[in-house]
Ligand binder design. Structure first.
Ligand SMILES: *Cc1c(COP(=O)(O)O)cnc(C)c1O
Length: 389
């Protein structure tokens, strides 16, 4: 088999599961070096440990995030599993504090893995009337003294924006490691590591890859010990991303800022359209002054943008009438806008909130929109079709 060096610009897809090692001595050296968990190994050994295409995609994320380490995993949930599991120590009694308004899968992970299978103590911090009360947060931190404080910058589906800097500051004051799931805000709106967060997680399935064509997660950080511990855990649990997905992520990251900027602009335009329609009972979008956490969002992002997610509620005299109007809206915007249970795709997609969250968010006419980067005029036309009485 002839070995070829090709002058390609991007790091290609290295699908090798094992890499050729020249000698027995080099093999011992490579394995010894691997136990050091350096960010980029001198010599690749086995793709579950480290893969050059994955490292190239990690570098693409580091550039956007402006951080020293990024670790890819095969889903956002795998990234969350790594980020949390490295803090578990045998025999150590610890309590972790989670914001209650976090991704449903993360809540299920907490229940099904941390509590049910690992016997962890966890506590939840809940918002009151659509916003967080930071005095209550401080009380909780001072009572519980958690090892971990975990929150999302912009919540799902109510889009409650946390005063991120304040949360980090409070967490640090009480000795917690602070982990931020920044999937919705992305590094374009806020970089929590710059404000002292210990780790930032993204579901790269969403805006970072941005085309609905791969599943991936990433952990970003600057603390070498933590990140090396994460590399070790990823290696033994086998949470490594595939080189094919890493290649797509690497190339799609190049357009991330352009895409997300347009998505935020489109979302602002759609939110104000919805707001001015009689058929809509309420619109939740952090960019609207009417949103309970508009000021928090403005302060956090410096007005750079308010994300590309919107939740709105179709009007109706009864729950049944609201559901009917919801379904009519969904039918009217089809096929350009479809019911797809993800977000951060390139085209606008929607989810009926009641179908996913049941009675947790009790407005039966509520729809969650993940706004894409279509031309704004075209998108307005499609939404306008949904808003025709
Ligand atoms: C989707 C999502 C996740 C989970 O990511 P997967 O890639 O689906 O595993 C975690 N957090 C947030 C905020 C998400 O939207």
């Amino acid at each position: 088999m002839k070995k070829r060096e090709i002058n390609s610009v991007r790091t290609p897809v290295y699908r090798d599961s094992g890499f050729e090692l020249p000698t027995a001595a080099a093999t011992s050296g490579a394995f010894a070096a691997e136990t050091g968990h350096e960010r980029e190994p001198d010599m690749y050994i086995y793709s579950r440990y480290r893969n050059p295409t994955v490292v190239a995609a990690e570098e693409a994320v580091m550039e956007v995030e402006g951080c020293g380490w990024a670790l890819l995993a095969q889903s956002g949930m795998a990234a969350i599993d790594i980020a949390l599991s490295i803090f578990q120590e045998a025999g150590k009694q610890s309590n972790w504090l989670f914001f209650s308004e976090i991704y449903g899968g993360t809540l299920s992970y907490i229940g099904s893995v941390l509590q049910k299978r690992r016997g962890m103590d966890v506590s939840f911090f809940r918002p009151v009337d659509g916003r967080y009360d930071y005095r209550q947060l401080e009380n909780a931190l001072s009572d519980i003294r958690p090892d971990i404080l975990y929150f999302e910058t912009i919540s799902n589906p109510l889009l409650i924006v946390a005063e991120g800097r304040r949360v980090i500051e409070l967490g640090k004051k009480y000795g917690a490691k602070v982990i931020v799931d920044n999937t919705f805000a992305t590094p374009l709106l806020w970089k929590p590591l710059d404000d002292g967060a210990d780790m930032v997680i993204h579901s790269a399935t969403k805006y970072l890859s941005g085309h609905g064509n791969l599943t991936a997660g990433v952990i970003c950080g600057n603390d070498t010990n933590l990140m090396q511990s994460a590399i070790e855990y990823r290696k033994y649990v086998g949470h490594m991303l595939s080189p094919d997905d890493a290649y797509r992520l690497q190339t799609q990251m190049a357009s991330f800022e352009l895409r997300y900027r347009q998505q935020c602009d489109n979302a602002a335009a759609v939110a104000s359209m919805l707001k001015s329609s009689d058929l809509v009972a309420g619109v939740l979008y952090p960019g609207l002054e009417s949103h309970d956490t508009h000021e928090a969002a403005k302060e956090l992002t410096g007005g750079k943008g308010y994300g590309a997610m919107i939740a709105f509620d179709l009007a109706g005299a009864s729950p049944e009438a609201k559901r009917k109007n919801r379904d009519r809206f969904i039918a009217a915007v089809y096929p350009e806008i479809r019911l797809i249970p993800t977000l951060g795709d390139n085209h606008t997609i929607l989810m009926p909130v009641e179908a996913v969250w049941g009675t947790k968010y009790p407005e039966p006419g509520m729809i969650r929109l993940s706004v894409g980067y279509e031309k704004t005029d075209r998108l307005a036309e499609i939404i306008g079709r949904g808003l025709k009485g």
